[in-house]
Design a protein around this ligand. Structure first.
Ligand SMILES: *Cc1c(COP(=O)(O)O)cnc(C)c1O
Length: 398
């Protein structure tokens, strides 16, 4: 029997749920792109994106593209063919960034540190210490790897670079985490950060951002091309240059509204809310296997402190995650995230980033528990544990 009715719910790790306010802000005619309101709107966007990334004066280049485009933009602006860079991967996404660099002729070395936990800072320090001639131009990592759902300790990785006394640029992919996980561009000494619109920033896919600190601004690779050059986008002589052509007007309207929502809530409150939602999901996952020797689920990320508040990757035992996802989608109108990489057949993911409240998260968890019931998979009390976790979070905040 299918119970699929009402609103479809997308619980994948991006695109996230689009707020009605954002969608409504986009529902209008095209504005004059040369002068008037859109020009000042764009100036405000850069200022507010800096607030979200916690930077006083990083340059913000906005591109009409997805996260892969921001990856390419950052590489094109900074490097020349043959430059050496180091990428530490704890899942899948940092390697993807490195492959983009390799495709452009950059000598990007990928060190896979394991897909069940974050990148160990000691390993980064050792790799940099071994580079006595300081040939490595940059270190690239992700904050949250969306495949493994590990959250890297960005300040610890910065300290590792400093402890090695290495001058490499520090480049961080926050596509899955900006607006969801605590992030401090200035205080953490990040040189370049890339982000996209469609995850924590609650805006449809199609915008991506490069945040450029002062040290990165001084670098200029030979790979840079007219369109990807971040200089005119950050310091335009004419508004038209900000986008290398026609501004993506409707995405900008949507982003304006999303940033208003985020700043009205307060960025630190949004981080705390994501922690509460992440805790609820984790309580459910733990609860489903509670009191069982080989329960139906296990966290992919082994260390509890390294589990992301934006997405959770869940390993399954004794049932097919494909069947669980199919049931949730066809019978209950909830789409869960697929497993990626090594765990493609034995895992699924729940996205919990962006515009979310307890009924949304509890609804997803309830659908998963109902699917376990429908499949007759033995399980512990996950949903009750999630409710207790949210209750505790509210008691603490009161
Ligand atoms: C989603 C994601 C990307 C890719 O972004 P696209 O917009 O799909 O190109 C890159 N890195 C991370 C960490 C992501 O979560």
């Amino acid at each position: 029997m299918s119970l699929a009715n009402g609103r479809h719910f997308l619980a994948i790790p991006g695109p996230s749920v689009m707020p009605d306010r954002v969608l409504n802000a986009m529902h209008r005619g095209a504005p004059n792109i040369y002068e008037g309101a859109i020009v000042s709107l764009v100036d405000g966007l850069a200022d507010d994106l800096r607030k979200v990334a916690r930077s006083k004066d990083a340059g913000v280049a906005i591109y009409t593209c997805n996260g892969h485009g921001a990856w390419e933009a950052a590489i094109a602006n900074l490097f020349s063919k043959g430059d050496r860079i180091l990428t530490l991967d704890c899942g899948r996404f940092a390697e993807g960034w490195a492959q983009t660099a390799q495709g452009m002729g950059v000598d990007a070395q990928v060190v896979m540190t394991g897909d069940r936990g974050p990148v160990p800072p000691e390993q980064l320090e050792a790799l940099l210490r071994a580079d006595k001639a300081h040939e490595i131009k940059a270190v690239m990592v992700v904050q949250v790897d969306t495949a493994s759902s590990a959250c890297n300790d960005i300040p610890a990785l910065r300290r590792a670079i400093d402890a090695a006394g290495h001058p490499a640029l520090f480049m961080v992919d926050c596509i899955a985490s900006l607006g969801s996980e605590p992030f401090e561009f200035d205080d953490w000494g990040v040189d370049v950060m890339v982000a996209g619109s469609q995850k924590g920033l609650m805006t449809p896919p199609g915008l991506a951002f490069c945040f450029v600190g002062p040290k990165a601004w001084e670098h200029r690779g030979e790979l840079v091309s007219v369109y990807w050059d971040w200089r005119p986008r950050i310091r335009p002589e004419m508004p038209y240059q900000r986008f290398g052509g026609t501004a993506p007007t409707h995405h900008l309207f949507g982003l304006r509204e999303a940033l208003d929502m985020l700043l009205e809530e307060g960025i630190e409150t949004a981080w705390a809310r994501h922690r509460a939602m992440g805790d609820a999901v984790r309580a459910a996952v733990a609860g489903w296997s509670e009191g069982m020797n080989d329960g139906p689920m296990e966290f992919n990320v082994v260390d509890p402190a390294a589990r992301s508040n934006a997405v959770t990757t869940i390993l399954t035992r004794g049932f097919e995650p494909k069947k669980l996802r199919a049931l949730c989608e066809s019978e209950m109108n909830v789409t869960l995230g697929i497993g990626l990489g090594r765990f493609a057949q034995t895992s699924f993911r729940i996205g919990h980033m962006g515009w979310l409240n307890p009924p949304m998260v509890m609804g997803v968890l309830g659908a998963v528990e109902s699917a376990l019931e429908a499949m007759e998979v033995p399980h512990g009390p996950g949903l009750a544990a999630a409710a207790q976790s949210l209750g505790r979070a509210m008691r603490k905040a009161a």
